[in-house]
Design a protein around this ligand. Structure first.
Ligand SMILES: *Cc1c(COP(=O)(O)O)cnc(C)c1O
Length: 364
């Protein structure tokens, strides 16, 4: 039934009518860590909350439905989702990853590379990725649009090529969300999110999610998550469900606002280059005079100078000292992440206020 419903309906109905005993409309918050067995040898389906929790199950059902996945696992953070996704690949697996990645992903990739657990090769462009995609590669890891340079990679093309070479494809879909991009339908094997960002949407909960329609992969992912325990708590599952209900509205509004902000930035003499893929709420731009960045950041009133993204309120980030500080400067500069770049996460405010704020700050 739910497969026939459109994504906006699935979101508005996130978690409703899940409690058959009381008929509660919204999902009850189940804090209990353990569950009574009706009789010896019997289970209600719930035994211990690390393994399965009704509030988390409701959140996972919505996540799976909106990504078109058969299975979803909600985790304690985006990073634990990434660690979980890689946990199913054997020691010494070879990973081919997009170069322009979230800084925290790069930091962890670097660590496991140094430990010799996994081996990473990075591709700056889609064509480079295609060239490097040999039979040696076990996993292709894509973040699209890239972060923070906002370059789109063609998931369907890369998934087809990867499968021809016997590699699995993991996509970090944090920036576009299933509103704009459904990687599993394009052939990816695993899609993951920092749901801390758009999916939860209110900068008040840390969440990750791993999704797949491959039952073998799911069995291993579930086993590893239950074993290691980085699951999403019941309360955070509830907050995620609450946030998901408005995902579609928030994404549309962020895009509308972002398109107006881009039109303003493109005309500003203080701006050298605007990086925007045409949709979504994320914009990067390079300022004409890099020395003004501290003054610009200090002058903003409506934008908040903070890390993170995807919430209802607009944020401005300086990747050089914040999200991407763990990528060595020479590496960052080599692929175009230069120190004149600022990243905006556009929220749902009135776009006129956002533009007036940027205009005043850029003129300092
Ligand atoms: C924030 C982020 C992560 C990490 O997620 P956390 O929830 O902060 O652990 C991973 N990927 C992308 C694209 C992100 O923006």
């Amino acid at each position: 039934m739910s497969e026939e419903l459109k994504i906006d309906t699935l979101l508005a109905h996130a978690g409703i009518k899940t409690d058959v005993t009381t008929g509660a409309l919204t999902t009850p918050l189940h804090f209990s860590t353990t569950y009574q067995h009706p009789e010896f040898g019997q289970s209600t389906g719930y035994d211990y909350t690390r393994t399965k929790n009704p509030t988390r199950v409701a959140a996972e059902a919505t996540l799976a439905a909106i990504e078109g996945a058969d299975y979803a696992l909600a985790t304690s953070s985006g990073m634990s989702a990434i660690v979980l996704a890689f946990s199913v690949f054997p020691l010494s697996s070879k990973v081919l990853a997009v170069r322009d990645l979230y800084g925290g992903s790069f930091r962890w990739f670097n660590q496991v590379e140094q430990e010799g657990r996994l081996h990473f090769t990075y591709a700056n462009t889609e064509e480079e990725l295609v060239q490097l995609l040999t039979e040696e590669i076990d996993v292709v890891y894509i973040e699209t649009p890239t972060n923070p340079l906002m370059v789109e990679f063609d998931i369907a093309r890369l998934a087809q090529l990867a499968h021809e070479k016997g590699a699995k494809v993991i996509v970090d879909n944090t920036f576009y969300t299933p509103i704009y991009q459904r990687p599993l339908e394009d052939g990816a094997d695993v899609v993951l999110h920092s749901a801390t960002k758009y999916l939860a949407g209110h900068n008040d909960v840390l969440v990750g999610v791993v999704m797949t329609s491959d039952s073998d992969l799911y069995e291993q992912l579930f086993y590893n998550l239950n074993t290691t325990g980085a699951v999403l708590s019941p309360f955070d599952s509830y907050l995620l469900l609450r946030g998901l209900k408005t995902l579609s509205l928030r994404m549309k509004r962020s895009t509308e606002n972002a398109q107006k902000v881009v039109a303003f930035l493109e005309k500003s003499p203080q701006v050298k280059e605007v990086l925007y893929p045409g949709k979504g709420g994320m914009i990067s731009f390079k300022v004409a005079d890099e020395s003004k960045i501290p003054a610009i950041l200090n002058h903003l009133q409506v934008f908040t100078f903070a890390e993170s993204l995807g919430g209802v309120e607009s944020l401005i980030t300086y990747p050089t000292t914040q999200t991407h500080a763990d990528i060595p400067a020479d590496v960052r500069h080599s692929y175009g992440l230069t120190d004149d770049l600022l990243r905006l996460s556009i929220g749902i405010e009135d776009s006129e206020d956002l533009i007036a704020d940027l205009e005043a700050a850029l003129e300092v």
